[in-house]
Design a binder for this molecule. Structure first.
Ligand code: HEC
Ligand code: HEC
Ligand code: HEC
Ligand code: HEC
Ligand code: HEC
Ligand code: HEC
Ligand code: HEC
Ligand code: HEC
Length: 364
């Protein structure tokens, strides 16, 4: 029985990934074909009233479709199940993957990770019947789909947060208040991350999955795409390389060795409410550090001492004060100890060789 289910599931996946029917050929006569539909759907006031009394508008602006990336396609190329008029309701949801799959013959872009969507947290939930998880059209829109480079596209960098935020409401609210959100949405700074810079777009996985861009052990790498370069940090008056300095700490070393429990960037800075340390709302503002470090499972009972001194310290930088000098002292101490040891070994060797040479005749 389980096998049968797995087989059925595999078939369903294959069906979504590849085309369910051969993709259509554009016949260049989309306008004429749409006229059939426009008899009803071309009227501004065309709508139905649902049993619960709510109104469902059914007007379709054909000009928006002609203006979109799908301008040359007919209504029925997407609404493939409308084969007679009047057509029965309800219709199936549009399956974008009729045309959008690797090796498609109709010219839909190939460089997209369509498979990634099927395996993503969204794709898997959708396949399992969760209608709250997004299909392609929930992120891209329906009749007015545009390239991501178009500022009005729902997947344009500056639009992505509101596109995801329609469902992830609380996270969107945190993000909007954060340095990252303010920078992108208010200042229009395209250097700042939108949701997809940290999560990917089609292959989004839950943080608990190791392969996720935001799993505990991948977070430093994800932040380092931007903060890993000192030139980048300097541009935003961030005085340290937070990634390099993190890697010197106990937390950083344990994280690199695969510890999921030890603090990483988001444990201290949060994932979505990232703010400069000077901001009183910031999780790393000195006033909030005891609470941040004292989170359950971390340093319970953390007190104000935790807020003393700095966290990101580069021991190779003179500006780090006492830490720099202590590090330098230990560096010199280590080198001189090693040098003395080496000299000692050499002298010892010379002595042993001399002895060996002198006693050589007595052996066998
Ligand atoms: C005779 C009028 C008429 C024509 C012509 C017509 N439709 Fe419809 N269409 C309707 C009505 C009425 C509904 C609402 C059905 C409902 O909600 O019960 C509808 C709903 C829809 C829906 C919404 C899907 C759903 O399940 O609610 C789609 C998509 C659609 N039509 C596509 C088309 C396409 C494509 C054409 C042209 C090939 C077309 N229609 C031609 C009357 C028409
Ligand atoms: C690129 C594919 C595509 C094309 C081309 C297309 N549609 Fe749609 N249409 C969609 C999607 C996606 C939805 C959202 C519902 C869904 O997911 O199935 C939708 C929804 C609708 C609805 C439901 C009301 C609404 O606006 O949500 C109607 C009616 C409709 N389409 C009619 C048409 C007509 C008429 C044409 C041609 C003039 C057309 N569509 C062309 C993809 C398409
Ligand atoms: C009938 C085939 C077909 C269907 C169905 C279809 N598309 Fe497309 N789509 C194409 C083709 C072909 C292109 C390339 C258009 C061009 O470059 O002129 C395209 C382009 C796009 C682009 C722009 C990509 C780029 O870089 O140019 C997006 C985004 C897109 N489609 C999303 C969708 C979504 C979302 C759906 C489902 C609602 C969908 N498509 C349904 C054929 C289709
Ligand atoms: C969770 C939201 C989301 C879902 C679901 C999603 N996409 Fe996307 N998609 C995006 C984002 C964001 C981008 C923009 C990537 C970028 O900036 O280059 C994108 C880019 C694209 C592009 C290239 C567009 C361009 O202008 O270059 C195509 C084509 C595309 N997606 C098709 C699909 C198809 C087909 C599906 C369903 C199998 C799908 N997407 C599901 C968010 C989504
Ligand atoms: C149509 C609604 C919808 C849209 C749009 C949407 N998501 Fe989701 N997303 C969901 C649902 C539902 C879940 C599963 C329930 C949950 O964990 O929140 C989910 C799960 C997730 C998860 C995994 C959460 C976990 O802990 O398991 C991440 C990460 C995620 N979405 C990110 C995004 C990003 C980034 C975007 C935009 C590119 C986006 N989502 C767009 C509905 C949506
Ligand atoms: C600077 C990088 C970054 C940006 C930008 C970002 N996220 Fe996240 N997101 C993360 C990290 C890191 C985690 C994992 C948090 C953890 O494990 O504590 C996460 C977790 C999540 C989760 C699942 C866990 C939860 O808290 O429910 C969802 C859903 C999510 N993000 C959605 C979004 C959405 C939507 C946006 C845009 C409005 C966004 N993220 C922007 C880094 C980011
Ligand atoms: C796509 C690039 C990008 C990614 C990825 C990114 N950031 Fe940022 N970050 C920025 C930019 C740009 C700023 C400065 C915004 C401004 O001041 O306008 C910033 C600012 C900050 C600040 C505030 C610094 C200050 O003093 O203003 C912190 C803290 C921060 N980021 C932490 C993180 C963490 C933690 C991650 C990973 C979870 C991360 N960032 C991922 C681009 C990025
Ligand atoms: C153990 C907690 C902790 C961890 C882990 C951590 N940080 Fe920080 N971070 C801080 C504190 C506290 C500050 C305030 C300045 C300081 O103490 O050096 C800070 C400052 C920053 C700043 C400058 C912001 C400002 O306003 O001064 C950036 C950017 C930053 N961290 C990014 C990161 C990144 C990226 C990572 C992961 C590679 C990371 N942090 C890991 C606690 C942490």
């Amino acid at each position: 029985m389980r096998r049968l289910l797995a087989l059925a599931a595999a078939f369903f996946v294959a069906d979504l990934v590849t085309a369910q029917a051969p993709p259509p050929e554009p016949n260049g006569n989309a306008a004429a074909a749409a006229r059939q539909c426009n008899i009803c759907h071309g009227k501004q006031e065309f709508k139905t009233v649902r049993p619960d009394g709510s109104v469902r508008p059914l007007f379709v602006d054909e000009a928006a479709i002609r203006d979109s990336v799908h301008g040359k396609w007919q209504c029925t190329d997407c609404h493939a199940d409308v084969d007679k008029i009047p057509h029965p309701a309800p219709l199936a949801q549009v399956n974008c993957q009729r045309c959008h799959f690797g090796g498609n013959p109709v010219g839909a872009p190939e460089r997209i990770n369509y498979e990634g969507y099927v395996k993503s947290v969204h794709g898997r939930l959708r396949l399992a019947g969760n209608t709250k998880a997004p299909l392609c059209q929930d992120c891209h829109g329906t009749h007015g789909i545009r390239k991501h480079t178009d500022p009005t596209s729902r997947v344009n960098k500056a639009q992505v947060p509101s596109t995801c935020g329609r469902c992830h409401v609380e996270i969107y609210a945190d993000y909007q208040r954060s340095t990252h959100g303010q920078s992108l949405l208010t200042k229009g700074n395209l250097d700042a991350p939108s949701c997809t810079d940290c999560h990917g777009e089609h292959s989004i996985l839950a943080p608990k999955e190791t392969a996720s861009d935001v799993s505990a052990t991948n977070i430093p790498e994800t932040c380092s795409h931007c903060h890993g370069s000192m030139a980048f940090n300097t541009k935003y008056e961030i005085p340290i390389n937070p990634v390099k300095t993190f890697k010197h700490t106990f937390h950083g070393i344990a994280n690199e060795l695969g510890s999921k429990k030890v603090a990483q960037c988001a444990s201290c800075h949060t994932a979505h409410a990232v703010l400069p340390a000077a901001d009183p709302q910031s999780s790393v503002n000195p006033a909030n550090i005891p609470a941040t470090c004292g989170k359950s499972g971390c340093h319970e009972g953390a007190n104000a001492n935790y807020a003393r001194g700095r966290f990101h310290i580069d021991p190779t930088n003179r500006d780090s004060g006492i830490i720099y000098w202590v590090a330098l002292f230990f560096k010199i101490l280590t080198i001189s100890t090693l040098a003395a040891l080496l000299v000692h070994i050499l002298l010892d060797l010379v002595k042993k060789l001399r002895h060996g040479h002198a006693g050589g005749h007595h052996g066998e």
